[in-house]
Design a protein around this ligand. Sequence first.
Ligand code: ATP
Length: 531
Amino acid sequence: MADAKSGELMEKIVSLCKRKGFIFQSSEIYGGLNGFWDYGPLGADLKRNVKEAWWNRMTRMRDDIAGLDATIIMHPRIWKASGHVDTFTDPMVDCKTCKGRFRADQVHEIPCPQKPSKMVCECHGEKTEARPFNLMFETTVGPIRSDDNIAYLRPETAQAIFVQFKNVLETARQKVPFGIAQVGKAFRNEVTPRNFTFRSREFEQMELEFFIKPDEAVEAICGSVAVPSAPGHPGEPRPDWGWKMWHQYWVEERIRFYEEIGLPRTTLEEYWQKPAELAHYARATVDLLFKFPFGTQELEGIAARSDFDLSQHQRFCGKPMTVFDEELKAAWPRLDAPKQESLKQQYLQSRLNYLVRAGEEKEKAEAQAKADAEALGKGYYVPHVIEPSAGVDRLTLALLCNAYSEDQAPDEKGKMETRIVMRLHPRIAPVKVAVFPLLKNKPELVRKALEVRDLLRPHMPVFYDEAGAIGRRYRRQDEGGTPFGITVDFDTLGEKGPDLKDTVTLRERDSMRQERVRIADLPSILMDKIR
Ligand code: ATP
């Protein structure tokens, strides 16, 4: 639970976000809309950089992941197959006194709408029984409003990946193990949106579905299945990895990503869901939590989801979601009979468990599971999946919270004052460098500064600022998280002799250290620092 000091810190962050143009309340001039947020000029670039960093890491830097950009509204049966129509609910209660509506599991943490200074537990109002509330936003497709035309705004991006699995597999010419990545909007009609953008009703997700062979196939091909033997990153993927190794690999890969964009491991926590907390199809789920000022809360979930998702779509759409694995087919005849039998039995059992849980009649389920086990011996299976699923807005908020700091710096007259500085990692900072002429009323300085701006512009976002005292201009950039500042002064013009001509001061935001560098060297120096 957050204390008063962290509440104060959060207020400072929210107010900076508005003042500097990171995040605004949606529809603000109409009083706002609860759970919806807009990103201002700096926020839009910050968020774009976060998404690009994820996309680059997932797709461009790897051979085994392909991208997808699917629609927000999809066939409504997808949400039946995924379980969202029936079970994507939160328990909701009403307060009979203040008429507030709350998530039953959060009822003690929420301010009472009638007396915002009090928490609902203090409102003492009698609560109704909890009832399920489906979080999906409904709409209708086409000109006729009827139950037949109901569709949903997607509550997650992942399902599109499963339903396009076959198309991507074929066109990207991939083989299992491989992944499909997608970034896009998701919508949830959260009962109680709160903590700034942390829980919004419209948000963006970055999701990867990484498809792997079932352990039985790995064992048939490699003779054994590698399982984690030590904590930490298990290194480059190997063909004998079972699902546990892949799961550990993705947890560590995701932590590395966060470190690369400026969230140190010490700001994160891993939470391994307990067996009773796991969704019935999940074999393991790790939540990566960030220490927000309002509490340590989920940033991303990394779930080992077995073959549940593709199997569900296979049953609901009636089209096979199996892959043919050449290596498995070749390996199978080389196994001795008892090995073949034990692998088949193991696979049969896991298919049977799935089918029975999914509600198939016992006889039908047994026949299907038997057929699936026979197919395994011929090289066919439904891939399993590891799903790292992260929220763009939550990550952006984590980066903003982590970056916010106050220190002491001298003002124009050398007197120490409090400086607010957003220590955003140069890789994701919205503006990389600011360029200042020392004085705006000296045309030679302005001309030279504009030349520097134009030199750097093709390589990175640059902000040119000539208004106000130089110290104030630095402060403005510190608050916006700009990691570097360049000042063009009289030395640049060669007034102190030829040695300093065409050099500028380059100031680093966090240390406030300044060094003299040649203008011609600026692109390479800065490119190195922001890469
Ligand atoms: P929570 O328990 O916090 O509601 P969840 O476990 O339901 O989250 P997932 O369904 O696993 O979340 O979604 C994956 C990621 O999407 C989350 O880790 C989070 O970063 C993001 N996310 C989910 N719901 C929201 C929301 N309402 N607002 C902002 N981001 C969200």
